[in-house]
Design a protein around this ligand. Structure first.
Ligand code: PTJ
Length: 243
């Protein structure tokens, strides 16, 4: 039992949730260490959505609502943390949802799909084919999903696939608390924010943006600046801690 007045209550609840889903093999064991890395960066950000992350979330909404075939790619950690809010994002953005795993097993695909369906998310299902130019199992995807998508939202991504998707001419939006990661630097647009804070913000913007605003946001977006802003925020908090 974690007491509600514990200063790290939220973070402990999230860890407990991930540990529970790891026992069910929805989250991979590697996913637990990936979360720990994310937590460390979130600590440096003050565990809040920064002003520049909010701009990135608005821009992500712009990309999604103006795409022809937007797809949200879901892995174990994303399903465990955001199954409850993905339905709203799917409805607001019109995006398809596809499960795509690094540590891929048919059993995990089925379990994650089941969790998403139970949460009201409509999930693409079918015969995944080895369609992405990658040496690992993230190469498996669906023709009507990631393979033909023009915009792919990939929370908690690994660098290889992000690069492969970019080379295929797709716009890739990632959510990654680490602004130094290869994914963060390769993506079209990087949201340096915690995934559970980011998704509801993107949903809100999808509901309110018009096509003109969306076009302007897309044209003026500047990913290197968003990454610099995130690093500056972290530097500032580290500097403040020394005062
Ligand atoms: O479920 P699978 O098999 O597809 O595996 C998923 C993991 C996450 C294990 C896999 O994609 C992986 O190894 O990812 P990486 O390369 O460790 O990258 C994950 C990135 O997400 C890291 O840069 C973390 O800082 C970041 N991250 C972790 N937790 C969060 C996060 N970013 C936002 N919100 C989080 N909660």
């Amino acid at each position: 039992m974690i007491p509600e007045n514990h200063p790290r209550y939220h973070s402990l609840i999230v860890r407990e949730t991930l540990a529970r889903y790891a026992k069910e093999e929805i989250v991979s064991l590697e996913g637990l260490s990936a979360h720990g890395r994310g937590e460390a960066f979130d600590y440096l950000l003050g565990e809040r959505t920064t002003e520049s992350a909010l701009i990135a979330e608005k821009t992500a909404a712009a990309f999604l609502i103006s795409a022809k075939n937007p797809v949200i790619s879901v892995n174990g950690n994303t399903a465990a943390l955001t199954a409850g809010v993905l339905k709203d994002l799917q409805e607001a953005s019109g995006a398809k949802v596809e499960v795509n795993l690094f540590h891929r097993t048919e059993a995990r695909i089925q379990k994650i799909t089941g969790l998403l369906l139970k949460s009201g998310v409509s999930v693409l299902e079918g015969n995944a084919e080895r369609l992405l130019p990658l040496p690992h199992d993230r190469a498996y995807c669906l023709r009507e999903g990631i393979y033909t998508a023009d915009v792919v939202l990939v929370p908690l991504e690994d660098g290889d696939r992000c690069q492969a998707l970019r080379e295929m001419g797709k716009d890739v939006i990632t959510i990654d608390l680490n602004p130094l990661s290869r994914t963060a630097r390769t993506a079209t647009l990087t949201i340096v924010d915690e995934v559970t804070r980011a998704l509801p913000n993107i949903t809100g913007f999808c509901k309110n943006l018009n096509q003109g605003e969306a076009r302007e946001l897309k044209e003026s977006h500047n990913n290197p600046k968003l990454l610099r802003d995130a690093i500056e925020e972290m530097k500032k908090r580290l500097g403040d801690a020394l005062d």
